[in-house]
Design a protein around this ligand. Structure first.
Ligand code: ATP
Length: 544
């Protein structure tokens, strides 16, 4: 949309116009009369734009989607397939297609950027998937990482329960009576080396965290870290889940993004960072006992009222929520829930889960646990080497504690962003409103007419230039409307069209996925503008 001035009998008149395409030609259409002065015109244009934006937002309402619909959509569009689908798949294992692999990589890259590169006090590592089995003995996984497998007597549904829940548990599908099948260690085992002996038994890691603990001293020394500090890791983990379900929510091969955040145990209440005050639904242990809540509350208020015990927990909860918010997630679909007495691990003083309203209900997205000195102390004892480090401030050696372990699965983050983004426009037309930061394809470049060699050449030159920096595509097949729709469905935020005026004016139109608005911009400015639009430095409305 743009404002134009027309002069008639010595007087100025302002109008709001828009370029539209009809029969393959770009035409300007008057949308509204804006008055006689520039100031009045700018004001009215702003009002008009915001009204139409709200309307288009309403039209493109977020569609509630079931998890099966989402799984079908993901397969159809190349996000995720059942692993080795041609053989019928394997429960709990999934393969990522061309669009899904991009989205997954972008989510991980954004997490790393925010939590590792974006912080002075955190470094990242990449540990092995199979490591010395003593690690899992020391960590307690071999002995305690157990679930109780249960089967419903009525519908034969298999699932797992915590030991504390076994007494009152009923079938989570039909409500029938359940039968316990006993304890079950969900760690996958394998053999290291070609000869099968007991000594070659090893495990596929069930979490990434332990590699952070075993490398703790080396990393702290190499990166010259001073308390408080974090060590982060993104990597695969494997859990032989009894009942993988809900698409990629519970899988057997997963990828975790974890931080172990270490502090001096004597300084548990000293969090030097500003806590961003997010308002969020909160469900305390107390509320759960009284069957009340959740209550909408500011995180700082919960800390002040001692509902959240530690400033560090308030800090990490708001930091984690902020990460999702910065990538376009709606905070109404999030809540924080405190573990009840029965749920809490024996080494933890307080644990909070970040929960999300998935299509199948509120479920854990991320755990923010206080692990104390449990892991470092356990490895110290097992390997016989000190895990203590020198605290420069006190001049004393100290065994650091983990005050928070913001840890979650990439798959669950993937589900959150897909669920948040899925919107419908009209009958079957899906618009995936992914944040440009994580969108698999950042822009699609089209020549308006594929038979026009000049347009094709300009479009291909733009494509080659943009491809040096982002994942972009060139598309010339089908009508422009069809090309828009194809890109809307996989979340491409911007479509760039080269039309009949592009050669002369050295410009193109850029279209905003979320409301279909188009603007003309100079080709020489395209890369800078796109960079700023993707990073969020500017919004589409800021474009002239
Ligand atoms: P749950 O109770 O859902 O089994 P958990 O409490 O065992 O999870 P943690 O051991 O705390 O989970 O793992 C940290 C995070 O890793 C979880 O919050 C979740 O995001 C992710 N995660 C754990 N198990 C799975 C799985 N089987 N599939 C996908 N993600 C998982």
């Amino acid at each position: 949309m743009f404002i134009i001035k027309k002069e008639r009998k010595g007087k100025d008149y302002y109008y709001l116009r828009q370029s539209i395409r009809e029969d393959g030609k770009v035409k300007a259409k008057t949308l509204a009369y804006l008055g006689k002065t520039k100031k009045e015109a700018e004001l009215k244009a702003k009002e008009y734009k915001s009204k139409t934006e709200n309307k288009t937002m309403e039209e493109a309402k977020r569609k509630e989607i079931t998890i099966d619909e989402l799984a079908n959509f993901c397969k159809r569009k190349g996000f995720i397939y059942p692993s080795a689908d041609i053989y019928g798949g394997l429960a709990g294992f999934w393969d990522y297609g061309p669009i899904g692999a991009e989205l997954k990589n972008n989510i991980k890259a954004q997490w790393w950027k925010h939590h590792v590169h974006g912080r002075e006090d955190t470094v990242g590592i990449d540990g092995a998937i199979i490591t010395n089995p003593k690690v899992w003995e020391a960590s307690g996984h071999v002995e305690n990482f157990t679930d109780i497998a249960v089967v419903c007597k009525k519908c034969k549904n298999k699932f797992k329960v915590d030991e504390s829940e076994l007494k009152d548990a009923i079938c989570d599908k039909c409500g029938g009576e359940i039968e316990s099948k006993g304890k079950f260690v969900p760690m996958f085992t394998t053999q290291v080396g070609p000869i099968e002996e007991d000594s070659t038994l090893a495990y596929l890691r069930p979490e990434t965290a332990q590699l952070i603990f075993t490398n703790f001293k080396l990393v702290q020394d190499n990166a010259r870290l001073k308390l408080p500090f974090g060590i982060a890791q993104i990597g695969k983990a494997f859990r032989n889940e009894i009942a993988p379900r809900n698409f990629i929510f519970r899988v057997r091969e997963l990828e975790q993004m974890e931080i172990e955040y270490f502090i001096d145990p004597n300084k548990k209440d000293e969090c030097p960072y500003e806590i961003e005050d997010i308002e969020i639904k909160l469900l305390s242990a107390d509320m759960q006992e009284k069957n009340s809540g959740p209550e909408l509350m500011k995180i700082k208020t919960a800390l002040k009222n001692k509902i959240i015990q530690l400033p560090w927990h308030a800090y990490w909860l708001s930091s984690s929520l902020n990460w999702f918010k910065s990538l376009g997630a709606n905070m109404e679909n999030f809540r924080i829930r405190q573990h009840t007495k029965n749920e809490k691990s024996h080494y933890s003083t307080d644990t909070w889960d970040l929960e999300y309203k998935f299509p199948f209900g509120w479920k854990e997205l991320q755990g923010i646990a206080d692990r104390g000195t449990y892991d470092l102390a356990a490895h110290q004892e097992k390997c016989g080497k000190s895990m203590e480090i020198m605290d420069d401030a006190s001049g004393k050696k100290v065994l650091p504690m983990v005050v928070a372990e913001p840890s979650f699965g990439v798959e669950r983050a993937f589900l959150v962003f897909m669920n948040e983004a899925y919107a419908s426009k009209g009958e079957d037309n899906v618009v995936l409103k992914l944040s440009p930061k994580i969108a698999p394809i950042k822009a699609a470049i089209f020549p308006l007419v594929k038979k026009d060699k000049t347009l094709v050449q300009i479009a291909k030159d733009i494509y080659k230039n943009l491809r040096k920096e982002w994942n972009v595509i060139y598309d010339e097949s089908g009508s422009v409307g069809r090309r828009y729709a194809r890109n809307d469905e996989v979340g491409t935020p911007f479509c760039i069209t080269v039309d009949g005026d592009s050669e002369k004016k050295k410009d193109v139109t850029i279209r905003n996925r979320d409301n279909g608005e188009q603007k003309r911009i100079k080709i020489e400015n395209l890369k800078d503008i796109l960079r700023n639009l993707i990073s969020g430095e500017i919004s589409f409305n800021d474009l002239k």
